[in-house]
Design a binder for this molecule. Sequence first.
Ligand code: HEC
Length: 165
Amino acid sequence: MILIKNCLFFTLLLFLFSCNSSSNDAGEYKPPQSMLSEDAVPKEVEEKKDPYQDWERNHGIGPIEAFEFDQPVDSAMVKSGKAVFDTYCILCHKEVEDFIGPPMKDIYKRRTPAWTMNIILNPTEMILNDPIAKQLFIDYNSAPMGYQNISKEDARAMLEYFRTL
Ligand code: HEC
């Protein structure tokens, strides 16, 4: 009986040892040299940049090329901008929280005013060809911001309203 017990113990030890040594082998695995060579990394992956990165130089695609705000905030424009926003945009955008589209708060910390106006006036082309809008479209579940025939004047008023959020 004792002999059987000893045998079992010894077998168990052997088993444990073999498990241990095989995991060591796995730890020491070295990939073949060909996998380590630079050619193995596809060039597009290496060069792919974050499209949100260069937002400060991006004015988007559309009728607005350059745009600066006058100081200070024009309160009459803010009021009419909010009215337009509440009519056409509230379906998909909230002021502070994420919704179907991004919130408008702090928009000028991540987009130029010209870019913001161009996506309002020319969303379809922006989503197709502007790197930031293309990425936004992917990040917002491929929900397209549709063309709504907003006038330049109304878009400008909304831009003023966004300054106050
Ligand atoms: C049908 C839903 C919908 C409506 C209505 C809509 N948008 Fe959008 N908007 C989106 C989505 C979704 C995005 C993200 C880009 C995309 O997927 O098209 C977006 C993106 C934007 C952006 C860029 C935000 C960022 O963080 O860069 C601005 C600015 C914007 N919309 C303003 C407006 C304004 C102003 C209106 C009203 C005239 C409006 N949107 C109406 C869905 C909508």
